[in-house]
Design a protein around this ligand. Sequence first.
Ligand code: C2E
Ligand code: MG
Ligand code: MG
Ligand code: MG
Length: 282
Amino acid sequence: RAKDTGKSRCVVYSPEKFNQPEHDLSLEAAMFEAIRNGEFLLHYQPVINAQTREIVGFEALMRWMHPELGLVSPMQFIPMAENNGLINLLGAWALKSACAQTKYFCEAAGRPLHISVNVSPRQFRNEQFLDIVDDAIALSGLDSKLLVLEITEGILMSDPEHAEGLLHKISSRGVQIAIDDFGTGYSSLAYLKKFPITSLKIDRAFIKDLPSSVKDDAICNVILSLAKHLNLSTVAEGVESEEQFEFLARHNCDLIQGYYSGRPQRPEEALALLKPAAVAAA
Ligand code: C2E
Ligand code: MG
Ligand code: MG
Ligand code: MG
């Protein structure tokens, strides 16, 4: 640490290292600029009904189109944005943009489609969060029942009292609440009773080895049956194969999301998926 090297020395990081685009510090500095330049966008991954295979909605997934690096993964920039606070700005934009886009999808498709938006811990703690949700709904004109906020188990466990109050306010708007990556966190069953949750998203970790893994089969079955008994809707994440789909459909998983239902894609491409019949008939 700089402090340990004495007063007379100032530690200078090598400029080469600092300038490397993959170096986090320079990537982080670039984020501020990127927001101003409109380099962030949302991709939409289709979610299908496991019985009818019809698209019933999308999950909005954030992307950063960096001028030199190309698409930067949210796994890289969301943790940074969470650290430096930019997630509040990015998250508010994502909510408003996803709601407005989905209102348009619904009008174009002539039927209701839901939209899932991820909420990070720092956004959830932000005292303006409820206003941001209300604004996103009011500005877009989207039916609030079509909005699903995805939160993680960690968010519920870190401050259960705050979570309980806020989730009740959110659900009083009609907005749905999904537990993302279910099974990978604390998995305390107490919160399923305590909080107004509407759905569970089974993490890809339990899906990827279906149906050959006896343990994962058992875990998925237990989650699906637990959800059914609690009247929660179920979504399987990261479904890639026909075999996985068949297994989940047979075990009454409600919704399927993964490369099987479609890749996360640009809004124009997502929209085209909703209207093939109309195009063919025209
Ligand atoms: P998540 O919410 O659990 O999203 C699912 C991730 O799995 C996405 O990664 C998606 O592209 C990927 N995925 C979907 N289907 C498949 C599949 O069949 N196979 C495999 N291998 N992967 C699949 P992505 O887009 O890289 O996002 C990673 C994470 O970043 C998300 O995990 C979410 O936690 C976070 N994130 C993304 N967008 C936002 C956002 O707008 N706000 C916040 N706060 N977090 C976001
Ligand atoms: Mg998610
Ligand atoms: Mg997930
Ligand atoms: Mg996941």
